[in-house]
Design a protein around this ligand. Structure first.
Ligand SMILES: Nc1ncnc2c1ncn2[C@@H]1O[C@H](COP(=O)(O)OP(=O)(O)O)[C@@H](O)[C@H]1O
Ligand SMILES: [Mg+2]
Length: 399
């Protein structure tokens, strides 16, 4: 089997390695701007091709021609997008070459926040009230009938400005005026105060075959706008929250038509009434080292499992390994130091350390969820003293 992986950013080494271990011929198409910079696992890749890019974006028509050219002499069986930005391109290429996997209509539900909201609501899933930023009368009616605050957010990550909280109607109009012709690429929705959770799962032939629920310490928007330390931890598996989130995730996957692969899906549990709202999903592994978090708790590497699911394909036959039942927590902070020294953090539960300039990060693992929670809380306080640096948000969507 020949598998073509698209990666406009450097991502998914473990997918590439596993695909090779599964016996695939592995082709990688990546951005020309990464040539000589990215450290791809060359031993596990048969051929690498470079696509000219502008800030990692590829021209769609050129990419279709380039991949079709490759296909003259290579029988491509599967196309996989390793980065979120490549999801639509992979679908367009599958449709063009008539290859199996999700097509453009389906992947749209995993990329476009308006499409996923609409589809989820049609399926009876609880979502924050929302309106497209298209018709002004519609926007006026929405703001009259839905209590503020609201959030104005890009439908996909390609927005000029990131997510913005809007407190009253007369804040919206200048904001969308500023967006000009790009305003229809945004949506407006009710801000639901509450805790944010994520469910990371594996789907094989439309069945969720593995899912694990975690809770962010503070809402990601708060961390990206106001600053602070990013934390997330696996929820107690039998807790009411975890069971509800896993069940809700299953409904979301079915409603949006996920066929096979992995997904990172987010939910808000409203502080007001405890109801769970579907926030967003994606057809990829979670960012921010959530793969390492899940691996610490379960032993499953979502990149590697994804490769196995793709190789098994429509014949089914994919079975996830039996997951370990440990707990894990992750914390990441911007650091004042270029190479922060975390060696003073030496509890036996530490299983992973982040190596990234001006960042400090750790993963802890324990059979006890309480112990993980205790360590995360203590480390969060220590990180604030030892490393934490505030950087004003860049005007781009948070991840
Ligand atoms: N309707 C909402 N109510 C409350 N918070 C929200 C809402 N939409 C987004 N947020 C906040 O913004 C963050 C980012 O939004 P999200 O839709 O997940 O987009 P992305 O992660 O792609 O930037 C969320 O994690 C949450 O903190
Ligand atoms: Mg998000």
């Amino acid at each position: 089997m020949t598998i073509l992986c698209l990666a406009s950013y450097e991502k998914g080494h473990e997918f590439l390695r596993e695909a090779k271990r599964q016996g695939c011929r592995v082709l990688l198409l990546t951005s020309l701007s990464l040539q000589g910079k990215a450290e791809w696992p060359a031993a596990h890749i048969d051929e690498i091709f470079y696509m000219p890019d502008q800030d990692h974006a590829w021209n769609r028509a050129d990419t279709i021609k380039a991949v079709s050219y490759l296909a003259r002499t290579r029988a491509i069986d599967r196309i996989v997008a390793l980065d979120d930005f490549d999801v639509e391109m992979a679908a367009a290429l599958r449709e063009h070459l008539r290859l199996p996997g999700m097509g453009e209509t389906t992947v749209r539900h995993f990329r476009d926040k308006l499409a996923m909201r609409m589809r989820a609501r049609e399926a009876g899933i609880n979502v924050p009230d929302f309106v497209p930023v298209v018709n002004y009368e519609g926007l006026r009616r929405f703001m009259e009938s839905t209590p503020a605050p609201w959030v104005l957010k890009p439908r996909s990550m390609a927005g000029a400005i990131g997510i913005k909280k809007i407190h009253q109607a007369d804040e919206l109009w200048p904001a969308i005026e500023f967006l000009g012709d790009m305003q229809s690429f945004y949506l407006l929705e009710q801000f639901i105060a509450g805790d944010i959770f994520h469910v990371d799962c594996i789907v094989s032939e439309k069945q969720v075959v593995f899912a694990i629920a975690s809770g962010y310490g503070r809402p990601p928007m708060e961390v990206s706008h106001a600053g602070g330390i990013f934390t997330t931890g696996i929820l107690q598996r039998e807790s009411d929250d975890a069971l509800r989130l896993v069940a809700e995730n299953q409904r979301v996957m079915a409603a949006l038509g996920m066929v096979r692969g992995v997904s990172h899906t987010e939910f808000i549990k409203a502080r007001a009434d405890g109801r769970i709202h579907f926030l967003e999903t994606s057809a990829r592994v979670g960012g921010a080292h959530i793969v390492e978090l899940v691996e610490a708790a379960t032993g499953l590497n979502l990149w590697a499992e994804w490769a196995k699911v793709e190789v098994a394909g429509a014949d089914g036959g994919y079975r996830p390994p039996v997951p370990n039942q440990d707990y894990a927590g992750l914390l990441i902070s911007l650091a004042r130091q270029e190479h922060p020294d975390t060696s003073a953090y030496n509890d036996a539960e530490i299983v992973w350390r982040l190596a990234q300039r001006h960042h400090a990060g750790l993963i802890v693992k324990s059979p006890s969820s309480e112990r993980v929670r205790e360590l995360l809380a203590a480390y969060e306080r220590r990180f604030a003293e030892d490393f934490y640096a505030y950087q004003p948000p860049r005007d781009k969507p948070s991840q």
